[in-house]
Design a binder for this molecule. Structure first.
Ligand code: TYD
Ligand code: MG
Length: 462
């Protein structure tokens, strides 16, 4: 191609190099370089000596603050993840695996958003017929909801110019391309330039834009990571294809807290919100089984109670097998090592299978105590009382360390009917609210929990 040259771009971070490299010097990922064609600029542009601009730096003290205008999406679970609603002029990247429910969610919220606002839903993946059929199935109507099936960015921009939508949904950003950019559709440069054009539209006209992004097999958004830097909020849609629960998690949010989650269930009428996930998870809890303990983790501002299950069986081999689902594997091994060293429990002779019920991922150290208790219960075969819940971080000496947001956790545990709470002693302050009929016990180390783990003291544990 005349007037163009090729460069090699790292598909992970967008780093460019004139030659192919096996390993990216920027983000250290292997085998991530792909070849792309870039157009040579027709003439070298130089910065004008005196740029014409009205944009001047202002003193911070003189700046006036304008409140963000937020629109409700009709789904409280999503609104919370967004920080209280969709902010006007913001760009939100929604990413997830194929078939997880991205298109379904966006079509569902389009209906509510189109009340008094113009919504343009651009699909590069489905036909009008398919979209209409899905909308009918979801019971979606809306006079100001416009559908466009298009993969050419420039046509989309012309339609945006004509319709001036308040909310623009692009499903997906990888399917859009423009002839103005010389690289192939779906390539990193195309995705980057396309997103740039859409972000600039959002900022110019104050429209809220949703970009759907596919994830690659490693779980990252295909295309450069730069996409995550360019947008205002990044939401990950998580869930197993085999179970119907779906979680939306804010990884980045310029207008709200991160790590906030929204919980949904995929039904035959689209996604249904689950406002009380703890109740759903705990409803299926088996009674009188060893190796089960209730724990609580904070997901953003919300405490979620889940059941931890540990199955400990005699190992057929010299070294026991360990698996962990929903909790960090290495952290589980560390907790097992603490229990072996400090309490003399012989996990090394056993296989250990750890599972967090309900598909929730416990990525907070406050789950340590409940995990340790489930493991102890699993190896000793003693049943932990159903009404008991525990939270606390465990140190290498077996000490139980304080956790954050203790009041939220206690309140949620009491709401779910737990009457005995084991919490770190440091958290047991006078300010902690007392609840009638609820025993809150402060524990200092892992040995102290043993007496609380059995129904009657004389049962003994070890
Ligand atoms: P979809 O939104 O197309 O996923 P994505 O856009 O993330 O690729 O969701 C597709 C899946 O959801 C598909 O397997 C069918 C299922 N589904 C339902 O179970 N109920 C419904 O009402 C709808 C619309 C889809
Ligand atoms: Mg889709």
């Amino acid at each position: 191609m005349k007037g163009s040259k090729t460069v090699f771009v790292c598909s992970e971070c967008g780093y460019t190099n004139p030659k192919w490299l096996g390993r990216c010097p920027e983000c250290s990922s292997w085998n991530s370089f792909v070849q792309e064609v870039v157009a040579e600029p027709s003439s070298k542009k130089s910065i004008p000596s005196a740029p014409v601009s009205n944009n001047k730096a202002e003193k911070l003290s003189e700046l006036t603050v304008t409140e963000y205008f937020r629109s409700k999406t009709g789904m409280d679970e999503l609104d919370r993840v967004l920080g209280g609603g969709l902010v006007e002029g913001s760009v939100v990247l929604l990413s997830g695996e194929p078939g997880i429910g991205k298109s379904t969610l966006l079509l569902q919220i389009s209906s509510e958003l189109s009340r008094g606002r113009k919504v343009l839903y651009v699909s590069g993946e489905e036909s009008r017929g398919q979209l209409k059929l899905r909308a009918e199935r979801l019971g979606i109507a809306g006079d100001s909801l416009y559908l466009l099936t298009e993969t050419d960015l420039d046509v989309v921009l012309v339609e945006c110019e004509r319709l001036r939508p308040d909310v623009l949904i692009i499903d997906s950003v990888q399917t859009l391309s423009s002839e103005r950019f010389t690289s192939a559709p779906g390539s990193i440069t195309q995705v980057k330039e396309t997103s740039m054009a859409l972000i600039s539209y959002a900022k110019t006209f104050g429209a809220a834009v949703f970009l759907v992004g596919h994830v690659n097999k490693e779980g990252g958004i295909s295309g450069p990571k730069v996409l995550e830097h360019m947008v205002d909020a990044v939401l990950y849609f998580e869930g197993e294809r085999t179970n119907s629960y779906r979680i939306i998690r804010a990884i980045k949010n310029r207008f709200g807290p991160t790590n906030e989650i929204g919980v949904f269930e995929m039904s035959d009428r689209g996604l249904v919100e689950i406002p009380n996930p703890s109740e759903v998870v705990m409803a299926e809890r088996p009674k009188n089984t060893s190796g089960s303990c209730a724990g609580c983790v904070m997901q953003g501002t919300r405490p979620i109670i889940s059941e931890i299950q540990a199955l400990v069986t005699k190992s057929a081999y010299s070294s026991g097998k360990r698996t962990s689902d929903g909790f960090d594997y290495n952290r589980m091994c560390l907790l097992i090592a603490v229990l072996e060293k400090r309490m003399g429990l012989k996990f090394y002779e056993n296989d250990v299978y750890l599972n967090v019920a309900g598909g929730i991922h416990l990525d907070e150290p406050s789950a340590d105590l409940s995990i340790a208790m489930a493991l102890i219960s699993g190896i000793t075969d003693k049943v932990i009382p159903d009404h008991l819940i525990a939270f606390g971080e465990i140190g290498l000496a077996g000490e139980v360390r304080a956790v954050s947001h203790i009041d939220y956790r206690v309140k949620e545990a009491v709401r779910l009917g737990f009457t005995k709470l084991l919490i770190p002693k440091k958290n047991l302050t006078k300010t902690l609210r007392r609840y009638e009929g609820v025993e809150i016990v402060g524990v200092e180390n892992i040995y102290e929990v043993l007496v609380h783990m059995v129904k009657r003291e004389q049962d003994g544990l070890l």
